[in-house]
Write a protein that binds this ligand. Structure first.
Ligand code: ADP
Ligand code: BMX
Length: 515
């Protein structure tokens, strides 16, 4: 056989410039894995403007060649035990494709364990009198292939030599290849007309489109999945944050809060009355959610609820919150501690997978820990119950949180809300500054102690007091003043007051899995 010379070579060169090539490769073993379909696809593509074809297997190349004179890039795919190389791995494959009538023979040109070298394959194609296309994964593959004398380089193998398969085509590689040679063929994951144009603009001399035109199974699956998103939307969850001061209830879908209602916690009430108030408040949403979660102040074990500190909320004894709420709401309910739920919400809210401690400075001082990607349950994170260096035998939270700020203000002759104390401190009123500075100091010490105990990558702070303007900055400067041997990294809750809501919605969807 002689090398493609004279007329045929010129025709190829001209036809495959600024052109569309359609790859007609049926899904192996699929309903369309048959010559008649391959030939049909090829002729249909040519009739609509394709300038060339990419065809797999000597059998299909021969069938298409019998039907058209158009340029054919031939390849043979094999799954080998001894090599990851799949596209035209053997020298004999080159001969078979040439005999079947391919004009250009494509082979894998990646730098991996392989039965035949790129140099040997390029030589075999030349010997067969055909042109060669090196399917490359990177610029280095192309450089080696061009040094071996290949005629075209393609971006075909980009994304298929390890790691997760990308979704988009590698236009950057096309642009880089174009600096080496004008004979660049863009190929791989080109699904839209816009992507084909991007490849052409990046300097590809032709663009190969395969699956998007000739793999009915793939195209159908894309549409099927897209429709599934619309026809089977993510479930809506009723998420409740039951705190010592306020109760917040929201409808949450895929981490997004759709609607919210909020009311004060009746601090003189009981577990039974708080649940009843929730059921009452969410009555307008009945039928609009398929599961519910309650992030509650207090300790939660196996769906049962009790106070750690009755000063935060006076839950009497142990209350079967999960069972009772489920009975009244008519959907499965998951209950977790409020700060633990918020820790989970914050963990899920970013891509950061590092360990996290969440602290809510609110009516009480609660906390949650996510370590190694897992939310710690039980009473883990109840930092507010620690006593610190004091003789008073009272938990730390009773000298840090909202009610303490209010009572201190009252003692100093200012019967105002914690937020007013913050405002007075901001405007420099000495009595208020002393209260807020004291709170910030104690909280800063606690953060340093937590760092020593758990060494989290970050401490995320939320709650009415924790999110108050200027509070975190004050705590940070107190930490600097302490100058701890290992300083905590303090962040404000990304989800703000919704951290618990979003977290418990996710836990509710997972059912009892996190217990
Ligand atoms: P809960 O404890 O019910 O979860 P919060 O997180 O809102 O509710 O915390 C309530 C406490 O935070 C109360 O003592 C309240 O006075 C105080 N607080 C709420 N908003 C602010 C604010 N903007 N500045 C300072 N303190 C606040
Ligand atoms: C208290 C304790 C924690 C809770 C934290 C924050 C009770 C009733 N609660 O330390 O379980 O996480 O308060 O709760 O013992 P909040 O009401 O201030 O949000």
């Amino acid at each position: 056989m002689t090398r493609e010379t004279g007329n045929r070579a010129t025709v190829l060169e001209n036809t495959l410039k600024n052109a569309l090539i359609v790859s007609c490769q049926p899904v192996p073993g699929g309903a369309m894995d048959d010559s008649s379909y391959v030939v049909g696809f090829a002729l249909a593509a040519l009739s609509a403007g394709a300038a060339g074809l990419r065809i797999e297997s000597a059998r299909y190349v021969a069938a298409v060649r019998a039907a058209t004179d158009a340029p054919i890039i031939g390849l043979i795919k094999r799954d080998l035990d001894e090599s990851p190389v799949r596209i035209t791995p053997f020298l004999d494959d080159v001969t078979a494709l040439a005999d079947a009538g391919a004009d250009i023979i494509a082979f894998d040109a990646t730098d991996r364990v392989r039965p035949a070298s790129v140099e040997a394959l390029a030589q075999a194609v030349r010997n067969a009198g055909k042109l060669s296309m090196a399917d490359c994964s990177c610029v280095e593959d192309a450089e080696r292939a061009l040094a071996a004398g290949v005629d075209y380089v393609g971006s075909t193998m980009s994304g298929y030599t390890g790691g997760p398969e990308p979704v988009d085509p590698d236009i950057e590689l096309v642009a880089a290849l174009q600096k080496l040679t004008p004979n660049v063929i863009a190929e791989g994951r080109i699904r839209t007309t816009e992507q084909a144009q991007a490849a052409a603009r990046a300097g590809a001399s032709c663009v190969v489109v395969g699956s998007a035109i000739t793999r009915t199974e793939h195209v159908t699956a894309w549409f099927h999945d897209a429709l599934k998103e619309v026809y089977s939307p993510a479930p809506v969850v009723l998420a409740v944050d039951l705190g010592g001061t306020k109760i917040m209830a929201s409808l949450v879908q895929s981490g997004e809060v759709l609607d919210t209602t909020m009311f004060a916690t009746d601090r003189t009430g009981s577990a039974e009355s708080w649940v009843a108030s929730i059921v009452d408040a969410v009555a307008p949403w009945k039928g609009g959610y398929s599961a519910a979660g309650i992030a509650a102040t207090g300790a939660v074990r196996d769906g049962k609820w009790r106070a750690m500190n009755k000063a935060t909320l006076a839950i009497e004894g142990e209350f079967p919150l999960e069972a009772r709420a489920s009975q009244l709401l008519g959907v499965p309910v998951v209950v977790a501690n409020d700060a633990q739920a918020a820790a989970w919400g914050e963990f899920k809210a970013t891509a950061d997978r590092s360990d996290l401690v969440f602290m809510t400075v609110s009516t009480g001082l609660g906390g949650g820990i996510v370590a190694g990607g897992k939310l710690l349950r039980g009473v883990a994170g109840h930092f507010g119950q620690m006593q610190g260096a004091t003789d008073e035998n009272t938990p730390l939270e009773s000298r840090i949180c909202g009610p303490w700020i209010a009572s201190e203000a009252k003692r100093l002759g200012h019967a105002v809300e914690p937020k007013d104390v913050f405002a007075a401190a901001t405007s420099g009123e000495a009595w208020a500054v002393s209260i807020i500075d004291g709170v910030a100091q104690r909280f800063a010490r606690l953060c340093c102690d937590i760092q020593l105990a758990i060494d989290p990558a970050r401490i995320v702070v939320g709650g009415g007091v924790g999110l108050a303007a200027g509070f975190l900055e004050k705590v940070r400067s107190e930490i600097s003043a302490i100058g701890p041997s290992a300083a905590p990294q303090l962040l404000s809750a990304k989800l703000g007051t919704e951290a618990g809501i979003v977290g418990i919605a996710d836990l509710a969807l997972a059912g009892g899995k996190y217990r």
